[in-house]
Design a protein around this ligand. Structure first.
Ligand SMILES: Cc1cc2nc3c(=O)[nH]c(=O)nc-3n(C[C@H](O)[C@H](O)[C@H](O)COP(=O)(O)OP(=O)(O)OC[C@H]3O[C@@H](n4cnc5c(N)ncnc54)[C@H](O)[C@@H]3O)c2cc1C
Length: 380
């Protein structure tokens, strides 16, 4: 593999870096999971879109630059390097959009993608239910056939930023006789529709973006079905592949955390404040893991560019980035000793990193998938 960037890619990097240096909000925005922070993040997302940095790898007709996947990775490195805000549009642009490109009709693509890119429509993910988390095929939300389309009934839970979003993508059972993975359909639903009730609730860290979403006879049509009636499971698996694999967690995010960790170590060391010298090794290990993830991603992008489709390997990505993130933050807190808990940025990052092994499918489930589908071991 040739790891040298082309002159065109280097020029793209320089352009992205210059724009970000000039435009990234300072001081950093408050959390996008609070109502006030979310509004500020939206203004930022719209600024990105105005100058066509919101969805660089999308075709121009939908608001992108038609950039290559390599350039998208470069943009992400620059984005996190510049300390730019977390993307509150991420569940739309990084999770749903790849599935709209793959399974959407031309009408759905032109109706949904430009408004998503412009942060006009904000999408949340409706998989989990009170009785179905790891066991997603156990969902009980259903869609009943009506004269005009479908009526949705049921409840979703743990809907990230559901309290602030305008639309939801989710799975509903359309065949009442079906069991497990069969008979499910992937619907695209407006949260303004009559019969939808969104109840936001707070998290332990004080943020309030989570919601429970209730559906009581919500009318949708066949135009709101993504990928065909009864095909929901395979479309949903493509979406979760994006969440676990390439698009949601680009290496830039972790390289930036590893760089901040190195700076923190140097600062503490210069002040003679590193009591435990073994932390030096943890810092080096953290940087190596972030770099290894970058190389692994470059390899994955190479195969995608060569025509491969991301499959069960995305479970390995997910285990790697989520556990690495906990270790990087844990090392930063250890370096600060008792003061660590007072450092808001590292402490909040640490708290959020602890949820990484749970969301996007728990790491126990990812290990089951890797054991069965990559190693061919018998079912546990
Ligand atoms: C920060 C955060 C954001 C989230 N955002 C969303 C969202 O936007 N949309 C959405 O739909 N959901 C969201 N979720 C929910 C998330 O997908 C679920 O929490 C997750 O899938 C686990 O489901 P559960 O909580 O019901 O736990 P359970 O499925 O009840 O699992 C409990 C424990 O049992 C283990 N376990 C279960 N089955 C097995 C098995 N077969 N083998 C081994 N171990 C097993 C699990 O690994 C876990 O440790 C979010 C969760 C978090 C923490």
């Amino acid at each position: 593999m040739d790891l040298t960037w082309s002159p065109e890619d280097e020029a793209f990097r320089a352009q992205a870096r210059a724009w970000l240096e000039e435009n990234v909000p300072r001081p950093a925005l408050p959390s996008g999971d609070t109502r006030e922070g979310f509004a500020l993040h939206l203004a930022w997302e719209r600024r990105l879109h105005e100058d066509r940095w919101a969805v660089v790898s999308w075709p121009e007709q939908y608001g992108g630059r038609g950039a290559s996947l390599w350039q998208w990775l470069i943009f992400e490195e620059e984005y996190y390097r510049a300390g730019a805000p977390q993307r509150v549009t991420q569940n739309g642009i990084f999770l749903l959009a790849p599935s709209i490109f793959e399974f959407g009709t031309p009408d759905q693509q032109s109706r949904i993608l430009p408004r998503m890119a412009a942060a006009e429509d904000l999408w949340c993910q409706g998989w989990s239910e009170p009785g179905a988390g790891s066991d997603l095929a156990g969902i009980s939300s259903r869609a009943e056939r009506t004269e005009r389309g479908w009526a949705l009934h049921g409840q979703k839970i743990w809907t990230t930023r559901g309290a602030f979003c305008t639309h939801l993508f989710g799975l509903f059972r359309t065949d009442p006789e079906s069991k497990r993975h069969r008979g499910l359909t992937y619907f695209l639903v407006s949260l303004d529709a009559p019969g939808v009730e969104v109840r936001g609730f707070g998290r332990l860290d004080g943020d309030e973006g989570f919601a429970e979403v209730f559906f009581d006879g919500v009318e949708v049509t066949d135009d709101d079905v993504l990928g065909g009636v009864g095909q929901g499971w395979s479309v949903a698996m493509a979406t979760t592949g994006s969440e676990r694999g390439l698009t949601l967690r680009s290496p830039g995010r972790f390289l930036a955390v590893a760089d901040r960790l190195i700076s923190l170590y140097k600062e503490k060391d210069a002040a003679g404040a590193v009591a435990d010298r073994s932390l030096r090794e943890h810092v080096a290990q953290g940087w190596m893991e972030a770099e290894a993830y970058r190389l692994f991603t470059l390899q994955a992008v190479t195969s995608i560019v060569d025509g491969a489709k991301p499959g069960a390997e995305s479970s390995l990505n997910k285990i790697w980035w989520s556990e690495m993130d906990v270790r990087l933050h844990d090392t930063a807190l250890a370096l600060q000793g008792d003061d660590g808990e007072l450092d808001d940025a590292w402490m909040r990052g640490y708290e959020f990193s602890l949820s990484g092994p749970i969301y996007a499918g728990t790491n126990e489930i990812q290990r089951n998938i890797a054991a069965e589908r990559l190693l061919g071991l018998p079912r546990g």
